[in-house]
Design a protein around this ligand. Structure first.
Ligand code: GLN
Length: 193
C-alpha cells in the first residue's frame, strides 16, 4: 500500500516519518496527479485556512473530494477542520465529514495541553488496553457529529475530539507528535479494509 500525505503546509514530515517507521510507502501530495494509486491520504496539522487556500490554488479541492468518496482520509487538527462540513466561518473546506468544528476552541491563553483518552475501537483494533496520550495544540473541538459520522473519543467533560465516518477520520489532536503509533495503525487498518 502507498499512503499519501498532503504536503502543502503544516507538520506533514512528522506523519511521513511515522508511516515510514511502520514500513509503509509514502508519497507527498501537492498536485492532483499525486493522488493516483494511493490507498489513503493524511491531512496534517498546521493552519487550516492556509491549507485550504493552497488546495484551491493547486486545483486539489475537487480531486480530494472525489478521492475521499472512495478512500480513507485522516485529518489531524487543521486537517480535521479541512475535512469538516462546517467550521463556523468562511474558508475552503472539503466538507467530506458530517462534523461541525469550532477552531481554537480551547482559548488563547491555555492553547496547548495533553490528555489521556479512552478510545475503545483503537484498543480493539490494536489489541491493547493502555489509554491514548493525546497532544492538543490550538486545537479545534468537534462540536457535533451527524448522519454517518460517529464519535470516536471525548474528553472527560464530554467534548468530542475524534470522529469517524466510514474510512474518514478526524482527530483534534496530533498522533504524529507522540511515540504511540496506534492511531496510525488504526488508520492503516481502515485504508486496508
Ligand atoms: N488552529 C489551527 C487552525 O485553526 C489548527 C492548529 C493545529 O493544526 N495544530 O487551523
Amino acid at each position: 500500500m502507498k499512503m499519501g500525505v498532503l504536503a502543502l503546509q503544516g507538520d506533514f514530515a512528522e506523519h511521513i516519518a511515522k508511516l515510514k517507521h511502520l514500513g509503509v510507502e509514502t508519497a507527498e501530495v501537492r498536485l492532483p496527479a499525486h493522488l493516483e494509486g494511493l490507498s489513503g491520504l493524511v491531512i496534517p496539522g498546521g493552519e487550516s485556512t492556509t491549507i485550504g487556500k493552497l488546495a484551491v490554488d493547486f486545483g486539489l479541492m475537487a480531486p480530494m473530494i472525489q478521492f475521499g468518496e472512495k478512500h480513507a482520509i485522516w485529518g489531524t487538527c487543521a486537517g480535521a477542520i479541512f475535512l469538516s462540513r462546517d467550521a463556523r466561518r468562511s474558508q475552503p473546506l472539503l466538507g467530506l465529514m458530517n462534523i461541525t468544528v469550532q477552531r481554537n476552541a480551547f482559548g488563547r491563553q491555555v492553547d496547548s495541553f495533553e490528555a489521556d483518552l479512552d478510545i475503545e475501537p483503537l484498543k480493539q483494533a490494536t489489541n491493547t488496553t493502555a489509554p491514548y496520550h493525546a497532544v492538543f495544540i490550538r486545537a479545534p473541538i468537534i462540536e457535533s457529529v451527524s448522519g454517518e459520522a460517529k464519535i470516536l473519543s471525548t474528553l472527560p467533560d464530554g467534548r468530542i475530539v475524534a470522529a469517524q465516518q466510514g474510512k474518514l477520520l478526524a482527530t483534534s489532536f496530533h498522533p504524529e507528535l507522540t511515540s504511540d503509533d496506534r492511531f496510525h495503525r488504526y488508520f492503516l487498518s481502515l485504508a486496508n479494509a
